[in-house]
Design a protein. Structure first.
Length: 270
């Protein structure tokens, strides 16, 4: 967290209002001007992000994970310029680079074909650890899906932003640093939430035939990554819970939005 806060404090030519959310822990020892918000219980990652929004001021909201940091002191100045010249820009993910070198994770670039990570493009999903959204769009499209707790919340938010008529972009020229990580899912809960939330995405946003294909493609792709019977059981439990329980507000994506997703290279089957 120290590196994250230092990188925010040293930003030039912008006014920042920095809030640290403690998800069942109390932020203490913060630098001057940085405020903490303590949550009495662990509400999950996306709901934790939502909890900080009412305590922060400003027209642009930056969500930065505590183990991430901005590489350059003019990062937010350049981000602000992108929103200033494009009023239809609704959500922006920064390019993520391993802090100590090494190979970046595949999911850090939300394109089916990664290509050059330095290339900016329209996308239809975001990696959630370093993103910027106008407060007005956050209010219009809706907040992070707090009931997801973990996994796929960046897809849900990006789809809703697109359906509200805005662009979702990947900024290959603005860098956030992050510890290098394996692309594998090491925890059983990742298989559970990944499966459950994938079904919720389909139920919330996709017509039935497309939703079935979307879930089946995910199941086939993740099956090869399961390394134990426990992983299989957790995934199966996630699919069942996703199908039989409430999935939150259902708001199907418009045909125009589905077409834009195709043009962005991320059709809603992957």
């Amino acid at each position: 967290m120290r590196l994250a806060l230092e990188s925010l404090i040293r930003q030039r030519e912008v006014d920042t209002d920095i809030v640290v959310v403690g998800n069942r822990w109390e932020p203490v020892g913060l630098p001057p001007g940085v405020r903490g918000v303590t949550l009495d219980e662990d509400v999950g990652i996306p709901a934790g992000r939502n909890a900080g929004v009412p305590h922060a001021q400003g027209d642009l909201l930056l969500f930065l994970d505590d183990d991430a940091s901005l590489a350059d002191a003019d990062a937010l100045e350049r981000v602000g310029a992108k929103f200033a010249v494009d009023p239809r820009l609704g959500l922006l993910q920064l390019r993520v680079v391993p802090r100590s070198g090494g190979k970046p994770r595949r999911d850090w670039v939300p394109r089916l074909r990664v290509g050059d990570p330095r290339r900016s493009s329209d996308v239809s999903a975001v990696w959630e650890g370093a993103v910027v959204i106008p407060r007005s769009v956050f209010d219009e499209a809706g907040a992070w899906p707090g009931d997801f707790r973990h996994a796929h919340e960046g897809i849900d938010l990006a789809w809703r932003v697109m359906d509200a008529g805005y662009r979702v972009r990947y900024a290959g020229d603005v860098v956030a640093l992050h510890p290098a990580q394996s692309a594998a899912m090491p925890h059983s809960y990742s298989f559970y939430f990944g499966a459950r939330n994938r079904v919720w995405l389909a139920r919330r946003h996709l017509p039935l035939p497309l939703g079935i294909l979307y879930v089946l493609m995910f199941a086939l792709r993740t099956a090869a990554r399961m390394r134990s019977l426990r992983h299989v059981r957790e995934a199966a439990r996630g699919y069942l819970d996703g199908m039989r329980g409430p999935c939150g507000r259902q708001r199907k994506l418009r045909a125009r939005t589905l077409g834009r997703m195709m043009l962005a290279g991320r059709p809603p089957i992957m």
